[in-house]
Design a protein around this ligand. Structure first.
Ligand SMILES: *Cc1c(COP(=O)(O)O)cnc(C)c1O
Length: 351
């Protein structure tokens, strides 16, 4: 009988929360589907797709559209089948047996998960009580332990906090390690290091179409890096990693700049409404502690996390439960009002 090896024998397939709910605030997705006019552009483009042909390995038109949206050189950009693919790819290709990588905690759990499959030693740098990264201490640890790759989300999922450009530059310029900043949520903040690509050879930035861009279904992620690193990523990826439909659709969506900018403003405004509402609740409730956020969600510390999560779920509202924390995505204005109303109801019932 075939025996699974130790590193995979206890793994189970990823299962998002099952069932249907009126309000989904658990995955930080964009709350609205793409609007009719963009969907019409996508439908029209379908007629041009050669379904019998393999996709463009470099996704050139998609990459050009993405690079134009962010005002960067397309030569720095590699498209992936979601950032997920790029995380796995870079951890497996840029590290060799015996190399050490470093993640921070709390942070996105996939970084650590893939390291175990790649059989790479992965150490964890803990954030303080305030959930901030002490950048000087991080630099010291990277250099002391001869870390080869450090990877974290900025802004951070799940905390909603971020390090500034100044801090990020200090980190990148103070270590020899490859520094990967996952800027999945940087569309909602102002501290991107995209304009530093080409200056620092040890920097990779990830971006995604799954959050602001509202296209999680297409699975589009991007790695942005200096040309030598970008070419290496392109050389190790599987040739046809991004399918032709996603390439064509992504190209169109990133061209709709006005739409993306308008949506950015709406989501940031709804996040503020959510945060202010949560702070109002916090004033009346000891031990309910929302953290200010530069992303499209708010992280809340509360001893009642499980009870609140269940209460909301019974009202067909799902948020993300993470131990003694809840992570609540900024949905539409209606959804934000609904979750705030339900939380107030919970605290009335459990006064
Ligand atoms: C949502 C998210 C992504 C996006 O991943 P995709 O595979 O591109 O959908 C990447 N990083 C973080 C931290 C995220 O929360």
């Amino acid at each position: 009988m075939y025996v699974l090896n130790d590193k995979i024998k206890n793994l189970v397939p990823y299962e998002p929360i099952s069932g249907t709910y009126d309000i989904r605030l658990d995955a930080n997705e964009c709350p609205d589907n793409l609007p009719d006019d963009i969907r019409a552009q996508l439908k029209a483009r379908l007629d041009d797709i050669s379904f019998n042909r393999y996709p463009d390995p470099l996704a050139s038109r998609l990459v050009a559209s993405f690079a134009d949206y962010y005002g960067i050189d397309p030569a720095f950009v590699t498209a992936g089948n979601g950032s997920d693919e790029l995380i796995f790819l870079i951890e497996s290709a840029f590290l060799q047996k015996g190399d050490k990588m470093l993640v921070v905690a709390p942070d996105f759990s996939m970084y650590n998960f893939y390291s175990s499959i790649c059989e790479v030693e992965c150490d964890t740098f803990l954030k303080g009580e305030d959930l901030e990264i002490d950048v000087d201490a991080l630099i010291e640890k990277i250099n002391r332990d001869d870390v080869k790759l450090v990877l974290f989300s900025n802004p951070c999922n799940p905390t909603g906090k971020g390090i500034t450009r100044e801090e990020a530059v200090k980190l990148v310029t103070s270590v020899k390690a490859l520094v990967i900043l996952d800027e999945a949520y940087m569309d909602f903040w102002t501290e991107s290091l995209l304009d530093k690509i080409g200056i620092y050879s040890n920097l990779i930035i990830f971006r995604t179409a799954s959050k602001l861009v509202g296209s999680a279904a297409l699975r589009l992620g991007f790695a942005v890096a200096d040309k030598t690193v970008a070419r290496a990523i392109q050389a190790v990826k599987s040739p046809y990693n991004v399918n032709s439909v996603s390439q064509a659709f992504g190209e169109i969506i990133y061209r709709n700049k006005d739409y993306l900018q308008k949506r950015q403003k709406t989501i940031v405004r709804n996040k503020e409404i959510l945060y202010n509402g949560l702070m109002e609740i916090a004033e009346a409730r000891e031990g309910f502690e929302p953290f200010s956020s530069v992303a499209n969600f708010v992280f809340v510390k509360t001893d009642e996390a499980k009870d609140i999560w269940t209460f909301l779920k019974d009202r067909s509202i799902v948020v993300r439960l993470m131990g003694a924390y809840l992570r609540i995505t900024a949905g539409t204005e209606r959804e934000v009002s609904a979750v705030l109303a339900a939380l107030k109801e919970y605290f009335e019932v459990n006064a």
